[in-house]
Write a protein that binds this ligand. Sequence first.
Ligand SMILES: *Cc1c(COP(=O)(O)O)cnc(C)c1O
Length: 493
Amino acid sequence: MIPGANPDATGVEEVLAELALLRRGDAPTHGGRTLAYVYDSGLAELDELAARAHAAAGSANGLDPTAFPSLLRMENDLVGAAIRLLGGEPGAVGTLTSGGTESCLLAVLAAREGRRDVADPSIVVPSTVHAAFRKAGHLFGVRVVGVPVDPTTFRADPAATAAAVDDTTVLVVGSAPSYAHGVIDPIPELAAVAGERGVRMHVDACIGGWVLPYLRRDGARGGPGAFDLSVPGVTSLSVDLHKYAYCAKGVSVLLHADPELRRGHYFASADWPGYTMLNPTLQSTRSGGPLAAAWAVVRHVGDDGYARLARSARTAAERIRDGITAVDGLRVLGDPDATLLAVALDGEPGFDLFTVADELAARGWHVQPQFPHESSPANLHLTITAVNRGHEDALVTAVREAVAAARAAGPVTLDADLRALIGVLDPDTLTARQFADVLAAAGLDTGTGDGADPGRPIRLPDRMAGINTMLAAASPRLRERLLAEFLGLLYRP
Ligand SMILES: *Cc1c(COP(=O)(O)O)cnc(C)c1O
């Protein structure tokens, strides 16, 4: 920049300093204290490597692989690695997407397109399936038939699944593992149900796909069961590289057992005056950045490296589970197979789980509240990663302290006005005025801040227990509406 020539432009150092200041308001992405959203290998060099690879390819466009053959090469390398890791036979193919949701969307789209003869297509999913499949149903006009899971193990029920499959079913889905409870559905049984009916079967291994294969190799210690493309009847599988492959955000892989199964998510259009549009994914322009960063990280860590990282994360998860189970008043839901924990109240211990979350946040640990759903009670979600290994006691100690503080504070009682309001609101006709009333009753400050802390233009209260209690009391549909309204308030320039 020429000084003075461009008076409203910001200098390099200045703009980066501003960014650093903004980032200070975020949940920490490293160190293992943010137990959702982020994945930390604990390997110091990975960030630098990813950043440099990202910079080297961020301007390249995957829209046309003939113009940017480097991206084609790197994508084929990553897909090949995923196929080898996840039981693909020769002939298996895959596609790199922007994330787990896009992979799941494309699996549903391909299944729908593979059955154009079905007028009213549906998919059969365990009710614990990731919300991405609800989104697919919403976007692609596919009915989502949710089948309740076993109320104790939270695993899919193959018999109930078989009963739910009918002539409109174009896809059966199972998770390996589920996000909410971290348990693996009985994939061989579900795939058999699908296979017998000639229906496709997708395994959502978005979160477990880069961990479970390594744990299975340690099978002597009782590793998880078969879940991948080698299971008869499994036709597709999704695995996120930006989760347990510890890659920078924006990369997932969707595998199909053969190219014929994949065809339906490809899109081509020659019906415009521009270039013939050819898209394997929902995106058209595709940055080479996340792809190159993932390619570099996967090659650098290597198979042995991932085996070590998977073992570290699993050991940490087991220790944290044991530690939390020993805390009076808490229990872990189900028998988690991987590296995720759902922590619920044990009986009625006289304290509030959402207060425990607040108390953990006050101590610098961030967990994710999960609301009651069918047989699953309110709980706190913990994604454990390799960086937590060796520091399990710190988290368990924080949980103990948070529970003691929550006990001392007593249970949260929902404000009577708020309870009444929640009881009468109709999610389908909710007005801006009513939403403002809810915010006011919840004591939420939606002011745009005074600029002193640019990272938080809308100030959430330090303690969320009251709001979470209200949201837990709302019907799922009302909760969706309230949170969508809230999001609309956040995204205002
Ligand atoms: C994370 C996740 C997804 C969605 O992935 P995003 O990358 O967040 O879009 C889908 N399924 C499961 C099981 C997941 O854990």
